[in-house]
Design a protein around this ligand. Structure first.
Ligand code: DX5
Ligand code: ZN
Length: 218
């Protein structure tokens, strides 16, 4: 059993409330929100304004993935807007421990993300403190890319570390998830699975959400 987090990066923003309703009807578990600043990644998305708008139309927990430089400056704004989980990247973050504490002090779940080329070892000091580890299975910035196979080894590694040390974090995977590979990442130890194009790239969003959820329950 693993949770499904549709990423609204692939949604039609002119119909956002209808599309949120469609994933709700499919019993999704989280709404994944990709925040990009055009600096840390070569793309620009949205900010706290959209998070507070989502909060007004859904009770599904908001999983906020910050792909931004200096996340500490904006974390209070995302908390105030209604984020439930805030995940920051390990890369380009000189104050990772402090940022994780900052998120937890706001009574939110704190996650840390690693890009495909970043090793799990770089997270060893913080694994005992985080609620979630996000393994990027594509290079961050865009939806619709292909799953990078070697990231599966990092999921297995994180699952082993979790079992051997009795750590409590959820393992989340993000990028290139399809009906064809979703069970593979679940079986490797993932607890939360992000899917953008696989969910919102379809005519019938509710039906696809149900199908992906069923694959996670098998
Ligand atoms: C990429 C984002 C992902 C993206 C995934 O930088 O972090 O969350 O929305 O999109 P798909 O599922 O289309 O690869
Ligand atoms: Zn993401």
């Amino acid at each position: 059993m693993a949770y499904l987090a549709p990423s609204i990066l692939a949604a039609d923003f002119t119909k956002l409330s209808q599309q949120i309703r469609a994933v709700e009807l499919g019993n999704c578990d989280f709404i994944h929100c990709d925040i990009m600043d055009g600096q840390f990644v070569p793309n620009l998305t949205f900010g706290p304004l959209v998070i507070s708008a989502l909060k007004k139309i859904t009770n599904i927990p908001l999983d906020v993935h910050l792909m931004i430089n200096n996340p500490q400056n904006l974390i209070p704004k995302f908390a105030e807007a209604g984020a439930n989980i805030i995940t920051v990247h390990q890369e380009n973050n000189d104050h990772l421990d402090g940022v994780i504490q900052q998120i937890k002090e706001l009574n939110l779940k704190a996650g840390v993300a690693i890009n495909p080329a970043t090793s799990v070892e770089t997270l060893l000091p913080v694994l005992q403190n985080v609620d979630l580890v996000l393994v990027m299975s594509v290079n961050p910035g865009f939806g619709g890319q292909s799953f990078i196979e070697y990231t599966l080894d990092k999921i297995i590694q994180l699952d082993n570390l979790k079992k051997n040390n009795n750590y409590k974090y959820y393992i989340e995977v993000d990028g290139g998830i399809t009906k064809a590979n979703i069970q593979k990442v679940k079986n490797a130890g993932c607890n939360i699975i992000v899917a953008g194009t696989a969910v919102f790239g379809n005519e019938d969003i509710t039906k696809t959400t149900v199908e992906l959820k069923n694959l996670l329950m098998e």
